[in-house]
Design a protein around this ligand. Structure first.
Ligand SMILES: NC(=O)c1ccc[n+]([C@@H]2O[C@H](COP(=O)([O-])OP(=O)(O)OC[C@H]3O[C@@H](n4cnc5c(N)ncnc54)[C@H](OP(=O)(O)O)[C@@H]3O)[C@@H](O)[C@H]2O)c1
Length: 303
């Protein structure tokens, strides 16, 4: 199998590379098809996905050595590249649309032209965030932020451009590399005696390695479509922070506060939890409870 991973320096991109190399994740072994996978992993410095012509040429070259006549032939693009700074998207509308929507479309078009499968990663921010029960795949998106709008457009472009595609929505992602809430809380706890964290926004924390595992499981099938893939269980940022500080061994006090006390350029969803319903109906939902995945993150970080 030939795999192209874009946004390879990011949280998800590195997780995918790591588990493909090991042949397994913390959840379990990967499908056999990944055993001899040949991975090309690139980030912005080698492939700027907003460049339509260059992206098309790059993808053609990346899959040039594939033997299309061979029965075992498989090609796959996993797009992990994105502008993920939600507040920056709010002020830099144009870059957000170029990277998140046009970039995703460029890769989807190149995947369709090459006849390879395509995985695109999206977000809970496509929803309004005012629900009272977890969003399912059939719920109607209605994003409130530029980031959410750019990702919703990306989903539409991908589905219109590449029939053999998977759109996988996730949320509250953290990993061993990159910037994320877990690292921010641990760093703050080392500097301060107490931190205030919002308690009126709830969602699903997601370990990037668990997401990577399910993306590879899905991509090994022909069950194209939209999927939700988040850690199991719902919590507020305050509850998440409390558990992070407890597991980190720091002694900092975590104090609940309201969204009003922490105004941000991009409005944050009050309720953006999602249910992994279509995973359950297809390849199976093995996403771990968020507390277990977080404990495993701290165990592995210390080792
Ligand atoms: N992080 C979350 O909490 C979260 C939640 C829900 C969904 N998601 C989605 O999950 C996916 C993976 O997120 P992540 O947290 O792994 O992202 P990440 O860590 O921010 O990594 C994204 C990577 O893409 C690169 N990139 C930016 N613009 C690019 C371009 N024009 N061409 C090529 N590469 C470019 C970034 O480079 P620079 O760092 O230099 O910009 C970065 O290395 C994204 O689609 C994101 O929207 C993330």
């Amino acid at each position: 199998m030939q795999i192209l991973i874009t946004g390879s320096y990011g949280q998800l991109g590195t997780a995918l590379q790591d588990i493909i190399e090991k042949g397994e994740s913390e959840i379990g072994p990967l499908p056999e098809s990944y055993k001899y996978a040949n991975v090309t992993a690139v980030d912005y410095d080698e492939l700027d996905i907003t460049d339509t012509v260059f992206t098309e040429c790059f993808v053609t070259d990346a899959f040039a050595s594939l033997d299309y006549t061979s029965e075992g032939y498989k090609g796959l693009i996993i797009n992990c590249a994105a502008m993920t700074n939600v507040d920056a998207c709010e002020t830099d509308y144009e870059t957000a649309m170029k990277v998140n929507a046009i970039g995703a479309r460029n890769l989807a078009a190149a995947a369709a032209a090459e006849g390879v499968k395509y995985v695109h990663v999206s977000t809970d921010y496509v929803f309004a965030g005012d629900a009272s029960k977890p969003y399912c795949e059939w719920d109607t998106p209605n994003p409130a932020t530029v980031y959410g709008k750019s990702k919703l457009l990306s989903e539409r472009y991908v589905r219109e451009t590449c029939p053999e595609s998977f759109v996988v929505r996730t949320s509250w992602l953290y990993s061993y590399v990159g910037n994320n809430f877990v690292k921010t809380m641990v760093n703050l706890a080392r500097e301060k005696d107490s931190i205030k964290v919002v308690d009126d926004q709830v969602g699903n924390p997601t370990h990037a390695y668990d997401l990577a595992h399910h993306i590879l499981k899905l991509a090994d099938t022909d069950e194209y479509g939209i999927y939700h893939c988040t850690g199991e269980g719902i919590c507020s940022w305050y509850e998440f922070a409390k558990e992070i500080i407890r597991l980190s061994g720091e002694t900092c006090e975590v104090i609940p506060c309201t969204t009003e006390e922490f105004p941000r350029p991009a409005p944050r969803p009050a309720y953006s939890a999602m249910e992994n319903l279509m995973l359950k109906c297809t390849v199976g939902n093995e996403m771990r409870p968020w507390q277990d995945a977080l404990a495993s993150y701290f165990k592995n970080s210390k080792e």
